[in-house]
Design a protein around this ligand. Structure first.
Ligand code: ATP
Ligand code: MG
Length: 276
């Protein structure tokens, strides 16, 4: 099956000469939950900006749904209707005078009107927990609140692919739950999700595929468990082994536990304790 997003030999050099991407090959199947992991400066945001159509790569190809993405106005407009990007830094994304206008802007721009526009905006604001901020100017909000507004603005677009650059950075615990449930709902609706993260524990639990980046290259990608089984590459990329993987390895558990409950059961069994 044709991957929904695919890059081949993708390169990007910024005007100051920084070679941010140095030949990336990556394919993302429709409906995937892909996490990009890598140290600061490894190229995650650059890649996401190219996938979102906001940055034109200096070389290589980007294919969306089997078609080469070009940067003509009409082609980009088509891409923007299918791919949404939540920026790492909301200060770059937000511009409207009020939160409500910010969240309405995208769907309105794509021709949304009347009841369907209003319900898309309300639904997105509720999912991000920002209904009470609707009349506030985004630049007066706290950083975590801005992250939520940036998320709502993209949720309201209801694109088939959603790219999240560091969705969990700066949000509090409740915000984290909201972001996670918004992502869960998108996955349930069959959307394709690509995120960047610095949190291997989270990536292990959430992603079905992981791509490990280092110095502008993808040095390993594949199914999550397979990738996290390669400790050498993780170490090379400066990524910690998730604690449950380490526990399963060191204690010789039959597999890496799926969640905390399973972990407790497995440990009890290992210790010869009753499991009820
Ligand atoms: N506008 C720019 N001009 C010049 N260099 C840039 C620009 N944006 C990013 N870079 C450089 O490109 C490289 C990749 O940066 P990028 O922001 O993609 O990394 P990242 O993996 O997202 O990092 P982080 O984890 O810190 O968000 C870095 O060396 C960075 O300094
Ligand atoms: Mg980044």
């Amino acid at each position: 099956m044709t991957p929904l997003l695919e890059v081949r030999g993708l390169r990007h050099t910024y005007p100051d000469g920084t070679q941010a991407l140095q030949g990336i090959n990556l394919a993302v199947p429709r409906g995937a939950r892909l996490a990009l992991l890598g140290e600061n400066g490894s190229g995650k945001s650059t890649l996401l900006h190219i996938l979102g159509g906001l940055l034109k790569a200096s070389g290589g190809d980007y294919l969306y749904d089997g078609e080469k993405v070009s940067h003509g106005k009409r082609e980009l407009d088509r891409l923007f209707r299918r791919v949404g990007l939540v920026f790492q830094d909301p200060d770059v994304q937000l511009f409207a005078p009020t939160v409500f206008q910010e969240v309405s802007f995208g769907p309105k721009n794509f021709g949304g009107k009347g009841v369907s526009l209003a319900s898309a905006v309300e639904e997105a604001m509720t999912a991000a927990g920002i209904e009470h901020l609707r009349d506030k100017p985004p630049h007066f909000l706290s950083y975590g609140q801005k992250k939520r507004v940036a998320l709502a603005a993209v949720l309201a677009l209801d694109t088939e692919t959603v790219l999240f650059d560091e969705p969990l950075a700066w949000v509090d615990l409740r915000g984290r739950d909201m972001v996670l449930s918004a992502m869960e709902e998108l996955h349930r609706r069959g959307r394709t999700l690509v995120i960047s993260s610095h949190n291997p524990e989270f990536a292990f639990g959430w992603a079905d595929r992981v791509a490990v980046m280092k110095d502008g290259r993808v040095i390993l990608d594949g199914e999550t468990r397979e990738v996290f089984g390669n400790r050498e590459i993780l170490a090379e990329a400066g990524i910690d082994e998730p604690f449950r993987c380490r526990l399963a390895r060191e204690l010789d558990l039959p597999r890496v536990p799926e969640d905390q409950e399973t972990l407790v059961l497995m440990l009890k069994t290992k210790l010869g304790r009753r499991t009820t």
